[in-house]
Design a protein around this ligand. Structure first.
Ligand SMILES: [Fe+2]
Length: 286
């Protein structure tokens, strides 16, 4: 394939890709470019696609083995395809996908299926830019911190029966994992702030003591300069690197329908600056 373009859309995060047809596998040279771009820009949006669930599975599968099934979310047909449906839940909180498990996804692909007439943007924040922007004194503190991520975190409520059902299912099984606050990217070696809303407590501190520190560090990740705000068009297929980003689904589309299909790629154990790896939190560690 030739004639494709990968164009940066923001100074710190995001690029748009045109001229690549995802209905068939990318040729190795094209895929190399795409992988390099994903490392650099953290989020890529492929415009003008007309693909099926099967083709989305194949696209995501080029990046690595797929997440077999989400620990708590419902799938559509194939267990690897999740419905991101505004009637089930609205992820209007900053998070890194399944960071409450020891091996959060490497990346997530999202395909627009039904879009609201307005709103419903997806925000993605660059955790590596967040880390780079820390003052040196604060960076030294962050470098040593570890956080416990849990799916028992307080999340926005929809206030509908269906929303409550989905919320209960999401929290029915308790998941907790400890991750370094500063994660080293396994491919680029770039350090990033690895937090998000599932991070509820810092190891060695109480939840109350942890909160202002978590909020302070998060404020560096969520700076507008570090955030891509994507306005969806039909035909958009988005992929983000879940190893150094957080995302947020803006809940401003009232009662309109919004459905994306999500396929995630299996991730590895996060590593801190000294090489120590993440772990599942057992009863005794709480
Ligand atoms: Fe998510």
């Amino acid at each position: 394939m030739s004639g494709y373009e990968i164009v940066r859309v923001g100074g710190q995060i995001g690029a748009a890709v045109t001229g690549i047809d995802l209905s068939s596998p990318m040729a190795p040279a094209v895929f190399d470019d795409v992988q390099r771009a994903l490392l650099e820009y953290k989020v890529l949006v492929f415009r003008g696609q007309d693909i099926t669930d099967e083709q989305q599975l194949a696209f995501a599968g080029q990046f690595g083995p797929l997440t077999q099934r989400h620990p708590t979310m419902r799938s559509v047909g194939d267990p690897q395809v999740l419905a991101v449906d505004g009637e089930d839940q609205r992820a209007n909180h900053w998070h890194t996908d399944i960071s409450f498990t020891p091996t959060p996804s490497m990346g997530t692909t999202l395909r627009s299926v039904v879009l609201p007439p307005y709103g419903g943007n997806t925000l993605v924040a660059n955790g590596a830019a967040g880390y780079r922007s820390l003052p040196a004194e604060l960076r030294e503190v962050a470098d040593k911190l570890w956080a416990v991520h849990t799916n028992q975190a307080d999340q926005p409520r929809l206030g509908t029966e269906r929303g409550e059902e989905v919320r209960r299912a999401f929290m029915a099984t308790r998941f907790e994992a400890a991750h370094p606050v500063v994660r080293v990217h396994p491919v680029s070696g770039e350090p990033s702030l690895f937090l998000g809303g599932f991070a509820q407590r810092l190891i060695g501190l109480s939840a109350v003591e942890s909160r202002p520190i978590l909020d302070l560090l998060q404020s560096y990740v969520r700076r507008p300069e570090h955030v891509l705000r994507w306005t969806w068009s039909l035909g958009d297929v988005l992929i983000f690197d879940n190893r150094n980003t957080q995302h947020y689904a803006v809940n401003d589309y009232d009662d309109h329908k919004r459905v994306l299909h999500r396929v995630s790629i299996t991730g590895d154990l996060p590593v801190d600056l000294t090489g120590k790896t993440s772990y599942a939190v057992q009863e005794d560690d709480r």
